[in-house]
Design a protein around this ligand. Structure first.
Ligand SMILES: [Zn+2]
Length: 405
């Protein structure tokens, strides 16, 4: 089966980049659904700026080292240069010079057109001059939908209430009640156009939150305290938990950050198994939970997807950052998680290169793992092709209620 990547110049999924390891016939992938991704930067980047997006750290590389010397850096140099007319594995300097020569818009077009992604579920609400959901999808010739980040929504509502309070001199309790009412409206409104919500409670507080919804009195008390502090950033555990339950109430899938991914988290507080009681508490609601990122707790995420019908696991970022080891990581996801419960994504952010690397890592790892299992006789080729289509697109289409496919 073909594991061509970053390719995907259509349903056949074959494109530039050649075939991957274990080639033994076509692996027919439909246009992919990237169920967790972000906009890309509109402007050009300096060399240091570019390098800063190759890592999940927000700090510079250690003295005498470079983030190009990582699995992600090597993957960029493997998959992206051919799409810009250069040889694979050219030097970072050659690549960045070519990138500069072409300009950000042309690089975006060349890279995004080669991914084979047909649908982008773009998580908005991040800082920076980033392309929006439709603009990102348009650059890749696909369709875009929005996933709304809950904490950003709450911070926006709080800023509006604070501004109004200053003008009107409202009592703190009244302001907290206004905030609670406006927040509920904002989440409900967002659910009309967005296809899902995302929570970053994992790195605002940690996932060890009480599983049940907070009482209205608790929400008002917490809101009063938060509004009084004047801090923009929402970290209050009662309000973070309240947001989860507001989202659950809409019926839209709720994505939860778990595992690695952002520098301000405490890794052990983002272990998805900390969500076990929340999974129990939400089991009868009819709303699906999608565990994002997961690594290095991808086995725990696979277990939760195994145990709870409404829990799904995202294989994105884990594959983007693990280079040739992505096959081993994907195989671990596939140990316990039912095949209808795993979802492809790139978690690409800022650099279009991360869309290229994310899709190439997925195609390569998937081809390598499934080809091995077909060769050993464990799986039939027809089943391998069917499962590849589910993980790459079908599962996300079903979970998010997307048409087409
Ligand atoms: Zn993300």
């Amino acid at each position: 089966m073909t594991t061509a990547g970053p390719g995907g110049t259509g349903p056949g999924g074959t494109g530039p980049g050649g075939t991957g390891p274990g080639d033994s016939g076509p692996l027919d992938l439909p246009p992919l659904v990237d169920q967790h991704c972000h906009g890309v930067l509109r402007g050009d980047l300096s060399a240091a700026g570019f390098e800063s997006y190759l890592t999940e750290s927000d700090r510079p590389a250690a003295a005498g080292t470079t983030f190009f010397d990582t699995q992600t850096g090597f993957a960029v140099r493997r998959w992206c240069p051919p799409l810009l007319g250069l040889a694979p594995h050219c030097t970072p300097g050659e690549y960045l010079a070519r990138r500069h020569e072409l300009g950000a818009a042309e690089v975006r077009r060349l890279l995004l057109h080669g991914t084979g992604i047909g649908t982008y579920l773009v998580n908005t609400g991040l800082p920076g001059d980033l392309t929006g959901a439709h603009e990102t999808a348009e650059a890749g010739g696909g369709t875009g939908h929005e996933i709304v980040r809950l904490e950003t929504l709450a911070e926006r509502v709080a800023a509006g209430v604070r501004a109004g309070e200053e003008g009107a001199g409202a009592a703190p309790d009244a302001a907290a009640e206004v905030f609670a009412a406006q927040l509920a409206d904002a989440v409900r409104d967002a659910a009309r156009s967005a296809v899902g919500f995302k929570s970053i409670a994992a790195y605002r507080h940690g996932l060890a939150l009480a599983p049940e919804p907070p009482t209205t009195a608790d929400v008002v008390t917490a809101a009063r305290t938060w509004l009084a502090t004047g801090t923009h950033r929402l970290t209050d555990p009662v309000l973070l938990r309240h947001l989860l339950w507001l989202a659950i109430g809409t019926g839209r899938p709720l994505q939860l950050h778990t595992g690695f991914g952002d520098p301000d988290l405490r890794l052990h507080h983002s272990d998805p198994s900390l969500l076990t009681d929340f999974a129990h508490a939400t089991a009868g609601t009819g709303t699906d939970l999608v565990l994002l990122h997961c690594y290095p707790y991808h086995r725990q995420a696979g277990y939760l997807a195994h145990a709870f019908p409404h829990v799904y696991a995202d294989i994105g970022l884990s594959l983007t950052h693990t280079g040739p080891r992505a096959a081993a990581v994907l195989a671990a996801f596939l140990e316990l998680a039912p095949f209808g419960k795993l979802l492809f994504s790139t978690d690409a952010y800022a650099l279009p290169e991360l869309y290229t690397v994310g899709t190439a890592a997925f195609r390569t790892a998937l081809g390598e793992v499934l080809t091995g299992w077909v060769r050993s006789g464990a799986w039939s080729e027809a089943d391998a092709v069917r499962v590849a289509g589910l993980v790459g697109a079908g599962n996300a289409r079903r979970v998010y209620g997307l048409s087409g496919g």
